[in-house]
Design a protein around this ligand. Structure first.
Ligand SMILES: C[S@@+](CC[C@H](N)C(=O)[O-])C[C@H]1O[C@@H](n2cnc3c(N)ncnc32)[C@H](O)[C@@H]1O
Length: 180
């Protein structure tokens, strides 16, 4: 866990550097983040390009196995961080199960989608199925630990969708990118 500008999050520095680099490079106008916790990755992306808006999708209930410290009041902590750092107009929470909130948007709506929500195989696979069609640009994610849920879900998704390939981002905590 790290803390940047008073926001706690499950990242290493290389993860945030990659998020900022891809946003600086591609200038996405609309970003969907799946799994926002206290807002660290959302703030990292929003601060990398002032023309971007980040829609943050989370239940703010935490993930399976998380203790009280990781779940209690995280919705308020997210909002307080966004306000304190001046991103209220550009970072917006969308509360609910991300496999369902994806249906709020037409296909190709987002310029960048970052998947960092439910890390179990079924949950992550559900996010890939729900969110990949919504993305017209970079489709990236976090925590593809070998043999873990995200690894299994991404491998299955790529296997089932002809022409897709997955790459690992060096110097990050198993960040990944799916390309057509
Ligand atoms: C690893 S954290 C996200 C970290 C975040 N990107 C950051 O900046 O610190 C995973 C988040 O996914 C959320 N989550 C888990 N299952 C979910 C689901 N089915 N729908 C929406 N959010 C979910 C949890 O509440 C948690 O905040």
């Amino acid at each position: 866990m790290i803390e940047v500008d008073g926001i706690r999050g499950h990242f290493i520095n290389g993860d945030l550097e990659f998020l900022q680099a891809i946003v600086k490079h591609t200038h996405p106008r609309l970003i969907a983040e799946i799994g926002s916790f206290c807002g660290l990755s959302a703030v990292a992306m929003a601060s990398a390009y002032s023309g971007s808006v980040v829609l943050c999708h989370d239940t703010w209930q935490g993930s399976e196995g998380w203790t009280k410290e990781w779940t209690e009041g995280i919705d308020r902590e997210f909002s307080a961080n966004v306000d304190r750092l001046g991103f209220r107009g550009r970072i917006h929470p969308v509360c609910g199960d991300s496999k369902k909130t994806a249906a709020l948007y037409p296909d190709g709506f987002f310029d960048l989608v970052f998947i960092d929500g439910d890390h179990c195989e079924a949950g992550c696979y559900g996010d890939l199925v729900a969110w990949y069609p919504k993305c017209a640009g970079a489709f990236i994610g976090h925590d593809r630990v070998p043999g873990g849920g995200v690894d299994k879900a991404t491998a299955r998704f790529v296997r089932e969708h002809h022409g897709l390939r997955i790459s690992e981002i060096p110097n990050t905590h198993y960040m990944w990118k799916i390309d057509r």
